[in-house]
Design a protein around this ligand. Sequence first.
Ligand SMILES: Cc1cc2nc3c(=O)[nH]c(=O)nc-3n(C[C@H](O)[C@H](O)[C@H](O)COP(=O)(O)OP(=O)(O)OC[C@H]3O[C@@H](n4cnc5c(N)ncnc54)[C@H](O)[C@@H]3O)c2cc1C
Length: 422
Amino acid sequence: MQEVDNSIDVSAFDVVIVGAGIGGGALATSLAKNGVKVLLLEKSLVHKDVVRGEWLAPWGVREAKKLGLMDLYIGAGGHRPQKHVTYNEFMTTSEAQQRTVDFSNLFEAPLCFGHPATCNLLNDAAMQAGVIFLRVVSKLRVRSGYPPTVQFSHDGNDYTAHPRLVVGADGRNGVVAKQIGCQLFHDEEHHLFSGMLVEGAHDWPEELQVIASEGDVNVLAFPQGSGKVRIYLGWPKQDRTRLLGTQGQAKFLESWQLKCIPYADTIVHATPVSRCISYPNFDAWVDSPVREGVVLIGDAAGRNDPIIGQGLSVAHRDVRLVTDALLKNQSWTTSIFEYYVAERAKRMARLRTCARLTTLRDSAFGESGRKLRHEIHRRIADNPELEAPFSAAFVGPHNVPAKAFSPEICEAIVGGPLWSSR
Ligand SMILES: Cc1cc2nc3c(=O)[nH]c(=O)nc-3n(C[C@H](O)[C@H](O)[C@H](O)COP(=O)(O)OP(=O)(O)OC[C@H]3O[C@@H](n4cnc5c(N)ncnc54)[C@H](O)[C@@H]3O)c2cc1C
């Protein structure tokens, strides 16, 4: 029998993208639609639900629109909540509801969609645009340079490619950043955070997303339509084993027995349809996401603390800025990414401040933490100017005045200096 040569010609590509998640899939689609020859490499066989990344902030929706991806997301069933309420034990239900954020007063409503389904959607769109997509890629090795080198194995073949550019879109545990010598920084772990998908929550208002804190839990709910809701739970890091074992899902749901949220019972009695994986919550970043012939995007370039759900919006903006830099320039040297690098550093620093403040407002636990949460809510109620840094999570850090992130404003919110690792 004649042997079949299933190898591919890796010399044919302008760009090799490592990681076919949201960032990698969106960038591959965007570049291929503009005539760039792209090879997209993914290590997994299928995209699994890792209980994260399913709420696209209003400013992220705007980025997705600019990339021409919103029709794709809506066509595949993306759901758009119209209202947001923050509940807590320090105010009555009606006081909380008086502060409802009505997204029709913002430039966009957010979007709730399933993460694995969206990765598949983007992978399909990329292939339709001409991208060659390889799954179950292993032994990945990237070296910076002009040209860069990317080595990998696929389907029994070993490859060495020298494209014009390698993009690291390999997420929070990616290897590209380390392989090209990026320095990694991170905040200290503050608390633990877990997500779970439930269905059968038909009494949860489909137009309403909620954040609430009470006792030693911080919960969040993002409806996806037809009784499905992506729920999250934050709790003290000292209680590491809270969700471990076979009772994890049941304990997650029990944590929703909160007095401060109407409809909480709907979640308590809903049916889990995913695992509940726990993550430590903190911000992490690299010195610079660019080396010769290599650029990092999305979580690989540094990730914001998930407490404010910004990673997808960040990835979409990264994709747009990197696409612009590549399409506007003939010569792909590191200097074409100067704007991306500077803008991203500023964007992530502001989001870091927003996440640190939100952590203290919503997820400071224990007696002293509870007291601090109460004081922060009171200070904000007394001085609405102090809402400004928090609004970055909805309208985008670039749409909030710089002063909102100043040490003075932070101190006025927290009652002392806000911690800083950089
Ligand atoms: C608990 C939690 C909740 C969150 N909730 C939200 C939210 O509601 N909204 C929001 O905006 N953000 C949220 N985030 C953040 C969000 O999930 C990420 O920021 C987002 O998924 C980043 O997208 P990405 O494409 O950079 O990385 P990923 O989505 O992680 O994709 C990376 C891809 O690269 C692949 N890969 C990795 N290594 C290799 C390799 N060596 N070779 C080939 N492929 C590789 C992976 O398999 C994966 O497919 C949350 C995060 C957590 C932890």
